[in-house]
Structures are given as structure tokens and as C-alpha cells.
Design a binder for this molecule. Structure first.
Ligand code: ZN
Length: 152
């Protein structure tokens, strides 16, 4: 009997496939997943430029410095953690109190909500999210209650 089944093609490279899978190989499946993810999470930008050529370690450090500068512009005294583990920054605000700041990169979903990787909320006081488009930094909770009463 002649099979009337339509020939299936890999969703990524269009190679013919002869089973019930969608991709011809695990490598195509991984590549497609990466493509979908990068659509969902834009690459990180700074001053309108993509930062794709920079290593993830350097990128993380640079984003921390951007956040540190933003917090300094907002009137906080900023300290950088020396330990590689634990929080990223410490700021001193109202009444000489210090607060732990965790820095993440985030993105906006199609509904315009800010998303970011999973964080452990018991590890910091303030979450600073650098939006990957490079146009906005969001703080959770808002920085108002941490501000110095008499800035400068
Ligand atoms: Zn393929």
C-alpha cells in the first residue's frame, strides 16, 4: 500500500523527518528553543547598542555598575559586595540604614509587565531590574522609602 502521509519536514532546517517528531535532531530542537527564548527575552542593550559580544560575566558586572551609578545619582551611598556570593550592592539611605540590593536583567512581556529571572526574596531588600532594551531600570519595591531624608 502506498502511504499517503505527507512528508514531514523539520521545523527549523526543513530536512525531511520520518517519525512523529517536529525536529530532525535534538540540536535543531535546542536551536529552535533558543530562538523562541531570544524573541521572548531581547538581548541586552546599552546606549542603543547590543551587547552580544560581551561575556555574560562582564555583562553582569557592567549592569551592576550601571545600577550603582543610577543609585548614586538618586542620592544613595553605594557599596559593592566583595564576596562573589550574596547580594550585589549595598546602599545606605535614611537614618544610616543599609539595604541589600540584588541586580538582575529583565524584560517586558507582551502585556508590558516587567519579568526577570527567579530570585530568592529573603536574600535582599531591594531588587533592581535593568531592562534588556536598555531604556529603563525598575526597583522593587520603589526606592522612595529608602531615600535619605536630607540628601547631599
Ligand atoms: Zn532540523
Amino acid at each position: 500500500m502506498i502511504s499517503l502521509k505527507k512528508e514531514k519536514k523539520c521545523c527549523l532546517c526543513a530536512k525531511p523527518i520520518y517519525n512523529n517528531l517536529v525536529y530532525c535532531s535534538p540540536s535543531c530542537r535546542r536551536k529552535k528553543r533558543k530562538q523562541k527564548l531570544s524573541l521572548l527575552r531581547p538581548s541586552i542593550h546599552f546606549n542603543g547598542e547590543s551587547t552580544e559580544i560581551i561575556s555574560p560575566g562582564s555583562l553582569g558586572a557592567a549592569v551592576e555598575l550601571i545600577i550603582a551609578a543610577d543609585l548614586m545619582f538618586k542620592g544613595f551611598d553605594v557599596f559593592r559586595a566583595l564576596s562573589p556570593h550574596g547580594c550585589d550592592l549595598i546602599i545606605c539611605g535614611a537614618d544610616k540604614k543599609c539595604f541589600l540590593v540584588e541586580v538582575k536583567t529583565g524584560w517586558k512581556n507582551p502585556q508590558g509587565e516587567i519579568r526577570y529571572p527567579k530570585v530568592r526574596k529573603d536574600k535582599f531588600d531591594i531588587l533592581a531590574v535593568y531592562l534588556r532594551e536598555g531604556t529603563q531600570i525598575a526597583y522593587f519595591p520603589s526606592l522612595d522609602k529608602f531615600r535619605k531624608k536630607d540628601s547631599l
